[in-house]
Write a protein of this length. Structure first.
Length: 202
């Protein structure tokens, strides 16, 4: 089966992979003594975004030419986008104290990240830029930001932590790829009859 012809349940199943891998690695980190160095955390984060590109974005490749090359670009470019906005969120409170993390700032960060991934999809896969798809992914980014802020606000433990205190943060980590995938599928919608006929001829 061609990846771009995957059904929604199979797409969502693939979208679970980045979050599950990151959650297992995060749980291992919490149980690790001494704590992992920052380089290890950066490597785990890179893997998460690379899996995001490969298991969430790559299945949306619709071009019939250079399919493998386009998927490879998504796997490489997604971590770059992820690191750019992670660095932005990490430095936001330095320049604007008290603004991050909060519901508003976290939602803006995820909105911008999601729209950047949407731009990447439009260029590489390519999917059509439409108002419906833009609104769907934009809403997904805002929802993800709100969920992340909620879990950080209620579950993040910094002082006097037990090893399992922060495991609940795996929920927004696992949710984002699935939410992005579902929003993209909804935003793209069913292919038109003309497009179906064209794909059948191919």
């Amino acid at each position: 089966m061609i990846v771009r012809e995957l059904s929604l349940p199979r797409r969502l199943a693939l979208a679970l992979v980045p979050g599950l891998v990151a959650s297992v690695m995060g749980a291992a980190q919490l149980l690790w003594t001494p704590p992992w160095p920052e380089e290890f955390f950066a490597a785990a984060m890179f893997l998460y975004f690379a899996l995001f590109g490969g298991f969430v974005l790559a299945p949306f490749v619709t071009a019939t030419t250079h399919h493998a090359g386009r998927a490879a670009v998504l796997v490489v470019a997604t971590p770059i986008i992820g690191f750019v906005f992670s660095s932005l969120s990490a430095n936001l409170d330095h320049f604007f104290p008290g603004t991050y993390p909060s519901y508003g700032s976290t939602s803006i960060i995820f909105l911008l990240t999601t729209l950047s991934l949407y731009l990447l999809l439009g260029i590489v896969t390519p999917v059509r830029f439409t108002l419906r798809l833009t609104a769907s992914l934009g809403l997904a980014g805002i929802i993800q930001g709100m969920v992340t802020a909620f879990f950080v606000d209620h579950f993040l433990c910094i002082i006097f932590c037990d090893a399992i205190d922060n495991l609940a943060l795996a929920v927004p980590v696992a949710l984002w790829p699935v939410l992005f995938c579902a929003a993209a599928v909804f935003g793209i919608g069913e292919p038109s009859r003309h497009n179906k006929l064209g794909s059948n001829r191919n």
